[in-house]
Design a protein around this ligand. Structure first.
Ligand SMILES: Nc1ncnc2c1ncn2[C@@H]1O[C@H](COP(=O)(O)OP(=O)(O)OP(=O)(O)O)[C@@H](O)[C@H]1O
Ligand SMILES: [Mg+2]
Length: 215
């Protein structure tokens, strides 16, 4: 069963937003998805509990982001899910490292600010340390341009700057009002605004992830 971890040291870069919407889009592509909220802030759970949509049936809390509890949840889900998305906390390298030890694919969202890029390098190093410990090419690592501002030089240059880090870059997610509005209703974009440009970006991202997982 493939496991995807969405991670990054920096707060507020869109990890939970990507984890929730990606879980929904991958479910739409036919996966039986479970989303594990391994962040003690439990933003993903709070989002899910705002409504009675797909996330309310998909998200499970991991107590305190505890690594043992995370492993136990993953084992339990083996019978009922065929894909797990783990949302990880900012600034808790212990929890994130354990997620990296479990994950087949690690998605590292990054915003357009130079400070975001700086934090991304730490997250990349953490993922590589997990690979070294596993003596494996897993987790595969992909960068995701996130909260990309429209019509700005910073936004336009983000994918290029990320490519220079030597890791593959997935389709970007723009900074868009609909993304935050969906959270307020407890829904993912595919439920809240299925024909919106914001939703289309998450569909593109999910298709790229789906291709990777099936390869
Ligand atoms: N693409 C986007 N467009 C508009 N708003 C966004 C987008 N992505 C995230 N946001 C908003 O930015 C805030 C932070 O997003 P989110 O909670 O997904 O980040 P995070 O990396 O999970 O944060 P934390 O590190 O605190 O867990 C939220 O209010 C969210 O609604
Ligand atoms: Mg979060």
């Amino acid at each position: 069963m493939p496991i995807i971890a969405v991670a990054g040291r920096k707060g507020g870069i869109g990890k939970s937003t990507i984890a929730g919407n990606l879980a929904a889009e991958l479910a739409e592509l036919g996966w039986r998805v479970a989303a594990l909220d391994a962040d003690p802030q439990h933003s993903l759970t709070a989002w899910a509990m705002q409504g009675d949509g797909l996330l309310s049936r998909t998200v499970e809390k991991v107590k305190d982001g505890d690594p043992g509890a995370l492993r136990a949840k993953v084992r339990l889900l083996d019978k009922t899910a065929d894909l797990i998305v783990i949302d990880t906390p900012p600034g808790m390298p212990g929890t994130t490292f354990h997620a990296a030890l479990l994950a087949d694919l690690m998605l590292l969202p990054c915003g357009a600010s130079p400070l975001d890029l700086f934090a991304l390098k730490d997250s990349l190093a953490l993922a590589l340390r997990a690979r070294a410990q596993r003596r494996s090419k897993k987790p595969r690592i992909r960068l995701v341009p996130s909260r990309v501002p429209a019509n700005t030089n910073l936004g336009r240059g983000l994918s290029e700057s990320l490519e220079k880090l030597g890791k593959k870059v997935l389709p970007p997610i723009g900074q868009r009002i609909a993304v935050a509005e969906a959270v307020a209703t407890g829904l993912t974009l595919l439920e809240f605004a299925p024909h919106s440009p914001a939703r289309a970006e998450f569909t593109e991202l999910a298709r790229a992830v789906d291709r990777l997982l099936r390869r």
